[in-house]
Write a protein that binds this ligand. Sequence first.
Ligand code: BF8
Length: 669
Amino acid sequence: MNKPIKSAGTSAEEIIEWGKNHDMETCFDRAEKMKPCPIGESGACCKVCHMGPCRLVGKNAEKEARGVCGATLPTVAARNMLRMIAAGTAAHSDHARDMAFTLLAVANEEVKDFKITDVKKLYKVAGLLNIEFEGRPVNDVARDVAETFIEDFVRQKGAINYIKRAPKKTRERWEKWGIVPRGIDREIVEAMHRTNIGVDHDPDHLLTHGLKVALADGWGGSMISTDISDILFGTPRPIKAEASFGIFKEDEVNLIVHGHEPTLAEVIVDTVGEPEMIEYAKSKGAKGINLGGMCCTANEILMRHGIPTAGGFTNQELGIMTGLIDVMTVDVQCIMPAIAELSKKFHTKVVTTSEKAKMQGAIHIEYNEHRAKEVAKEIIRLACDNFPNRKTEGSHITKKFPLIGGFSEEYIAYMQGGKWRASFRPLNDAIIAGRIRGVVGLAGCDNPRVASTGIHKYIVKELIKNDVLIVSTGCGSAACGAAGYLIPEMALENAGPGLREVCEAIGIPPILHLGACVDNSRILTIVTAMAAEGGLSEEIGGMPAVGIAPEWMSEKAIAIGAYFAASGVPVIFGGESPVGSSEEVTKIMTDVWLERFKGAFHFEPDPEKMLQMALDYIDRARETLKLRKYEPGKFGTERVLMDMAARRELEKHTAVPHAGVGGINEPEG
Ligand code: BF8
């Protein structure tokens, strides 16, 4: 019998193997032991009251099964789906709320460790919010921006601000179907109310509210978080970094930041290189301090500072098992409670920092924006103090790959036309001419239920071979980075002829790392910019664009899938469907949503089918838009334009031919 593959990362697999020989358990072992409950997995378990939990199973369950209250299977499955969307939206948006309060504190000069780094982005955002910015003190503008965003959480009537960023036709669909979100908090609260025992029982009605909540995430919480992070820490531009376990250093203090919020991590980035800290590390016998990241906090500081990433979700325990991490500091989301227990087998200390998230067995050093530097120093010193305790235990397996990240919507426009003619024209032209078949947003988690990261790798390789440009986020980006896929050479070696030509002309990898999970909002603004540029669809719906989350596991991914579908992007998720028990709910999320919004939400466990479905969507969109039929190597006459000044800038700062790496003039904000 073949040994079960647990991770598609070779280093990851080696560490898992090492762990097995050293009596250590990881999520991969637990996933093998703990098979999913088939009733809950398919959405047929109702536990919203204590007359149950009710299992809506049996022959003809769709029509005949009833909970104690009389709830049908479609009601239960739809209710479960709505709760997942609400939970995911809550996570992204609570993160965004903290960002808004940090911006407010900066504007009010209440904090000294943060500042407004990207004034151009602040002005762009102010403009979008109809806030006067010309001739006003920067802090006054920032205060108005922060307060306007904070209102988006609590607004009782009207619409959240960023809804107006969407193309008009897309907005009209939302208005027609009543899914324009009011306040972010209000929509989440209403979701919890409607799914309470005995309230909303109509599956379509429940799921329609799901889309409303999800839009409050995509065009609300997530977009707010992305924009404030850019304002405070800089709008990303291409930058070199590295990925996988080889980022850990044997002779330096290894401090790993894990979780999602960029604030404390940014201050750690600022502090870690200070002479006082370096001296402290040296006094403990280390050569220096090596900062790395994990999951989406990693993506945030990789995008802006080139801090390396040890990988995504399923790498967190494995990182500890290298024996090389002195401190792993965590904030919120996607942090396995198992790491605290596992760390006890090594010298590693796990530090929790959020008032919202504690873990038994971890050290708690609470962060708030008023004492950011103090907390950063305390954590760095703790890591240094722990360096001499490093033992020989651990797999010590290290291998890493170079990558280029840092693609924001602003930079992508800049790279297609330079400072003065930034646009999406060349991308649209390349799609029209058939050089690029379409665009896929690769998002979501990596998952120990499959050969973790393996489906990401399979899908991206096949897509770029088929001339599909990929924009990636979250652990999708981490999976690609840790496989060595986020480099321009990936296009030379693997892309189809059209995509390769475009990547070579512009000097980009065929997979553009857009950032963290909240930065899926960048995909929304990119497709909106493509719609505004003309020549393709006038709305987001109908674009040759698809979203794929092949290994999703988090409720946040579900919220993302739902806001893409509502915005007009068909999405395909891997794994078993969490609404698979109900034909009616499945039909609403696919056929009905496609008709109403031009977006759909599919679940497809087979990677080959997932790929084919994505290509079919893209080809159908091309056909409907009357674009030339995609044929590999056969293009129209539209040329790939590249502003020469921008090209020279790119080349000046890169070691890899044509790759944009840091030091670029500030993209137009
Ligand atoms: O928010 S992709 S495992 S780390 S949920 Fe989590 Fe999934 Fe990773 Fe970032 Ni997103």
